[in-house]
Structure formats: C-alpha cells, structure tokens
Design a binder for this molecule. Structure first.
Ligand code: IMP
Length: 174
C-alpha cells in the first residue's frame, strides 16, 4: 500500500489490536478499582486507541484530551515542548497518560514533568506501541500494547505526514 511517497505493508490486524486493548483495559480495571482515574489522551495520534480503550473501562473515569505543541524556543537548546488544551484541574488526580507510541520518550518526559508540577496524586502511562529505543532507555511505561523494533508505523491513529490515521489496522514501512 502506498501513502504519499512511502510503501507500507500490513503489520498488526485490527482483531489483534482489539484483543490487546481489551486486555490492557482489564488490567487498568483491576489496578484502579475504587479510584476515579483521568485518562489524558495525547492528540493527535492516540484518539482511536483512547476511544477503543475507554469502552472497556468499567470504572468511574474522566477523559481529557491535550496536545503537545513543539516550537523552537528562544534558547539555543532548540525544541521546546509544552502541553496545551488542558481544561480541568489534575491536582490530586490519578492520571493515566494515553499515548499512541513511545519512541525516544522525549515527549513523554516533558508531559510527566508538567503533570508533576500540577500536583497530580499519581501518574502512569499506557501506550499502544513502544519502540526499541524506549525499552533501552527504560522509559517508564506501565501498560504496553505491543513492543516493536524501530520501524516506522502508521494507521490506527498514527500518521505519515498527516495521512493514514483512518486505517483500522496498523501498517509498517517496507
Ligand atoms: P518520542 O518523543 O520520540 O517518544 O515520539 C513520540 C511521538 O512521535 C509519537 O506520539 C508520535 O506522534 C510520533 N511517532 C514516533 N514514531 C512514530 C511512528 O512510527 N509512526 C508515526 N508517528 C510516530
């Protein structure tokens, strides 16, 4: 399959994604019993994963969506990332960050720093996919759907230059 200038092949079918998402939700249902967690979905990539995941959650819970904006700072250190669109207080909340994929872990690190500063009670991370480099760097992701190599993937919310988010299956670059 061709998306823009790249070729992709089927990687993980929607049936497999669905059973893994269900399993992850089951773990969260057990771990957060008696609590009211806030699922903090990191847009854009995690919209589909979040939508499927929370359908299997049988706890009282809240769902919020934020974006991580990247812009060049005035310092020479380059890219600055910050959370935008947060519309509720996370003070003393049990937050579960919902990510599509953790690659280098840089994005996640920034989000975790911001949430800690907001005084959350607890914070954990769920990511549908985790790349090799995040495993090597021991980025702390409590709930992982699939551990993959460093290949480029798209579909199920993930994009290549804005395209491919609508595919129900996951594809990888050939
Ligand atoms: P990190 O900061 O390097 O962990 O990058 C995380 C972000 O990069 C993800 O939330 C995605 O938006 C994007 N990303 C990383 N790898 C891929 C990929 O294989 N396909 C699509 N987007 C990716």
């Amino acid at each position: 399959m061709k998306v823009a200038d790249l070729n992709f092949k089927k990687f993980i079918p929607k049936s497999e994604i669905n059973s893994v998402v269900k399993k992850l939700a089951g773990k969260i249902n057990v771990d957060y019993k008696g609590k009211t967690p806030v699922f903090l979905s990191i847009l854009n990539g995690s919209f589909m994963f979040t939508s499927d995941l929370i359908k299997f959650i049988d706890l009282d819970c809240k769902v919020s969506f934020v974006k991580v904006s990247s812009y060049s700072g005035t310092q020479t250190t380059g890219q600055v990332k910050t959370l935008i669109g947060l519309d509720e207080s996370l003070f003393k909340q049990d937050v579960i960050i919902v990510e599509d994929i953790v690659d280098t872990g840089t994005t996640l690190q920034k989000i975790l720093e911001e949430l800690t500063a907001l005084g959350v009670r607890s914070v954990e991370v769920i990511s549908l996919l985790r790349k090799e480099i995040a495993r090597e760097k021991k980025v702390n992701v409590k709930y992982v759907g699939f551990d993959i190599d460093s290949e480029f993937v798209l579909g199920y919310g993930l994009d290549y230059n804005g395209l491919g988010r609508n595919f129900a299956d996951l594809y990888k670059k050939v």
